[in-house]
Design a protein around this ligand. Structure first.
Ligand code: Q9C
Ligand code: ZN
Length: 340
């Protein structure tokens, strides 16, 4: 079997919140460093991964995607943690037309849209490194590697241009796409199979036809991010017709899921991108503690196989997946399918 290049960020362990808040209660933080360790362990065991640390500075490409005041807020907030508080959460949010933030508490509400995504001391550095890792993957694609895997943490697809949420701070896959567009690509497609709608990626490219976004996810009627991911969100202006959402009801399994995958792949093929970027979340697995769907470990191999059969250069970027016991096996099953 051919070796697949893997890049991982060195600093992801610096981001280690102890809890998130769900409906007023403290909940264990699901998006742990252990996830990366499980994936890494299984990649080492499988023998077809060429694993190297990413050395790319994400900042220049993060600046192409995210607003300067948002980046500045995350940096400043990360630095402030540890002295007075353990983690920063938002309390108040802009309402009606009032949105002038001249106070740190107001800023939190401006830039943080949920209570699942705290800022701790290492968050900024870890998030920069994670986006850099996605760029490292994109660079390999640009150098004609056909299949690359970026083991990003923290994940990215819920991060909007100026908002963090859903365990995401910088939108890693959007940053990678921006790198490719800045280096000769005319068309980039993003396929998002994380359980949750990739609202951040949708937001960033909603008005742009040079990036196609196709997402399959649990319906916002039942799952985070609750406010987006409906079928009628199809893009705006020049970007109209370049955004596709496939919301699914609770409990969908391999077979039913696969019919939707085939629909999605048709759209990707019709667009005919220079590069295909994949937001890979394994929270669609039947054992996922925050999941809703019932995909099995062997199914990810089939999923990888059909994605690769499109024949485009593919960068896979790691997003969610919280069944840590099986996460490594799920990733390897998918990567195995890609290489077949
Ligand atoms: N305490 C990603 O998969 N809701 N983000 C969790 C459980 C937030 C998921 C509720 C889900 C965010 C990248
Ligand atoms: Zn997810």
């Amino acid at each position: 079997m051919k070796e697949i290049p893997v890049r991982y960020p060195e600093k992801s362990s610096l981001h280690n919140p102890r809890y998130e808040i769900y409906c007023g209660e403290r909940d264990n933080y699901a998006e742990t460093q252990e996830r990366i360790e499980r994936i890494m362990g299984e990649l080492k065991r499988c023998g077809f991964a060429d694993i190297q640390v990413s050395t790319v500075d994400g900042i220049p490409w993060i600046e192409q995607v995210h607003d300067a005041d948002y980046i500045g807020f995350l940096k400043k907030s990360s630095e402030a943690v540890g002295t007075a508080v353990e983690a920063i959460f938002p309390n108040v949010h802009p309402y009606n037309s009032y949105s002038r933030a001249t106070n740190i508490v107001a800023e939190r509400g401006m830039f943080m849209y949920d209570t699942h995504t705290p800022i701790v001391g290492g968050t900024f550095d870890a998030a920069v490194d994670s986006a850099g890792c996605a760029v490292a993957g994109a660079m390999l694609l640009k150098e004609d590697e056909p299949l690359v895997y970026a083991l990003t943490r923290p994940p990215g697809h819920h991060a909007e241009r100026s908002m963090m949420g859903g365990y995401c701070y910088f939108n890693n896959i959007a940053v990678a796409a921006e790198y490719l567009l800045g280096n000769g690509a005319k068309k980039v497609a993003i396929f998002d199979f994380d359980l949750h709608h990739g609202n951040g990626t949708q937001d960033i490219f909603y008005r742009r036809p040079e990036v196609l976004f196709v997402s399959i996810h649990a319906s916002p009627k039942i799952k985070f991010p609750y406010f987006s991911g409906y079928k009628d969100e199809q893009g705006q202006g020049e970007g109209l017709g370049y955004n596709f959402n496939f919301p699914l009801p609770q409990g969908v399994g391999d077979e039913e899921y696969h019919t939707v995958v085939k629909e999605a792949l048709k759209i990707l093929k019709h667009y005919n991108p220079d590069y295909l970027l994949v937001s890979a979340g394994f929270d669609t697995h039947e054992k996922d503690p925050i999941g809703a769907l019932k995909l099995t470990t062997p199914y990810y191999r089939e999923l990888g196989r059909v994605i690769a059969s499109l024949g485009y250069p593919i960068l896979t970027v790691q997003e969610g997946g919280y069944a840590t016991d099986v996460l490594g096996e799920n990733v390897v099953s998918y990567l195995r399918g890609l290489t077949e």
